[in-house]
Every structure is written in C-alpha cells, then in structure tokens.
Design a protein around this ligand. Structure first.
Ligand code: IPD
Ligand code: CA
Ligand code: CA
Length: 260
C-alpha cells in the first residue's frame, strides 16, 4: 500500500545515507551546539534536511513538510504532512558511533500512512504503511515482514530508553524510571536514536522501549513501524513533549508499572 510514497521515501533515504556516510568519522563534521552543550547539530543534519525538503518540494509541491532543522515549509493548508528527522542520533554520529538513522514519515489528515527509517552505517532499512505491515531489509536478510517480540516476562526483557536534552537542569529527566526498572528487567540499553530504538522493537531486537520528551520527527515513522509489526505505542504523559512506551501489549502493561 502507498507504494508510490514508499518508493519515493526509500530513494531519498538512500541518497541522504550516502551523504551522511561521506562525512562520517571525518574531520569536516561542522559540529555546533543548539539548546545546550548536550544538544549538537552537524553539517550532515542540515544538508540532509535540505536535500529531503528539496526532493519533497519538487515531487509534491502542494504538500507540507515538518523537519527538525527547518520547521514547517510548503503549503500550510495541505492535508499531507511530511515529518522528517534528517539525522536521528546526532550525538552518536558526531562521536563516530554507528547507530544513527534517517526518519521520514507521511501523514494524511494527521494519520501516519507511510514511514521509513534507514540506518546507513548499519545498512538496515525499516518500512511500513498503514494497514500494509512492517518490513526490514538488512545485511543478513532480504526484505522480510517483521513482528514485535512475543516475550511475556519483563524479567527476561531487554528494554531501551533515552534521556531528554534538558536533563542537566530538569530533575524530571528519566533517571528515576531507570532506577525503578533496572532491577526488574534483563538489561537496559541507551542506543541513541529513538527512531532506530522503535525499529528494534518492531523486529524484536529489543523487547520494549520508553522515552519522554520526544518530538514528532523522532517517532512518527517508528511508531507506525511498531504498530504495523503488531506492537503497541502507549502515550503516557501530557506534560513532557511526546512520551511513549513501546512493545508488545503485555510488556507495555508491565512497563507501565515502573515508568512514570
Ligand atoms: C535524539 C535521539 C535520542 C533521543 C533524543 C532525541 P537527535 O534525536 O533520538 O536517542 O534520546 O531524545 O532528541 O537529536 O539525535 O535527532
Ligand atoms: Ca531525533
Ligand atoms: Ca535529528
């Protein structure tokens, strides 16, 4: 379903991935800080978004775009909204760590109908459309349908999370949740790319994920990929941006006991 959009997104994601790999671990990263010393942006973030916005603008001039670096662009009255995180995992990227991704989703009348997350260094791509299932292609497999983990036991589960950029000044920074949950799970991971975390939940590399204070561009594609892989996205608070718990229905219920 929505094949035209998916094919278009996959092509751009691949092109943007090549751009990101061309700077990766090099000396021309152009690292700057945004809101504070923890919040970094690189030349690759900006150039990636410019490339994506240009491609969407040329192909779908009547649509609207929301990108992390450039905000809203395009036709403000459109029912179609492209939601773009050009480089999710910039801290990893700026350090030369390999977990980073490109997240591109398309909403129609506020419902996400297509989403792609591509991790160029890992060479893994995750693809979903509304009602069409979720798929993954990687070094070890051709395009295949993916499903969330079937584990029922939290104690046997590996769960990922992340920390908000205002963690230094706001005590509501997720550390209490980590403290509460750590004794009750197999282990906790902080991979560094919310979009990729969600894809790992979708294909059962992780049994669950939660994070607070996210933005729409971090999760728009990943949430659809999890749901189309049979998982649940639970929105758990209203006062801290987008805050979600992801996993199969049982693990999400278990996580709700510890994550506040
Ligand atoms: C960040 C990553 C990180 C998450 C942060 C996000 P960025 O996105 O997804 O894993 O913990 O909340 O802001 O800044 O690298 O695009
Ligand atoms: Ca992000
Ligand atoms: Ca980003």
């Amino acid at each position: 379903m929505y094949k035209e959009y998916l094919d278009f997104i996959i092509d751009i994601a691949k092109e943007v991935g090549d751009l990101q790999l061309s700077y990766f671990r090099g000396s021309n990263l152009g690292i700057e800080t945004k809101s504070n010393i923890s919040d970094v942006v690189t030349r690759a973030d900006k150039e990636s978004e410019a490339l994506i916005a240009k491609a969407i603008g040329e192909r779908y001039p009547d649509h609207k775009i929301l990108g992390e670096e450039g905000g809203f662009r395009g036709n403000p009255d459109s029912d179609y909204l492209w939601v773009v995180d050009p480089l999710d995992g910039t801290t990893n990227y700026s350090q030369g760590l390999p977990i980073f991704s490109i997240s591109i989703a398309l909403q129609y009348k506020n419902e996400t109908i297509a989403g792609v997350v591509y991790a160029p260094y890992l060479d893994e791509i995750f693809i979903a459309s509304k009602g069409g299932g979720a798929y993954m292609k990687s070094r070890t497999s051709d395009l295949k349908k993916i499903h969330v983990s079937q584990k029922q036991q939290l104690a046997a589960s590996v769960i990922a999370t992340g920390f908000p950029y205002d963690k230094d000044v706001n005590p509501d920074n997720n550390t209490a949740n980590v403290t509460a949950l750590a004794p009750n799970v197999r282990d906790i991971r902080r991979l560094g790319s919310a979009a990729y975390d969600l894809c790992c939940v979708a294909c059962a590399l992780l049994d669950g994920y939660w994070e607070l204070s996210l933005n729409l561009w971090d999760v728009c594609a990943g949430n659809l990929i999890v749901e189309e892989a049979g998982g649940v996205i639970h929105h758990f608070r209203q006062n801290r941006g987008i805050s979600i718990i992801a996993g199969n229905a049982s693990i999400v219920e278990e996580l709700k006991k510890y994550v506040k």
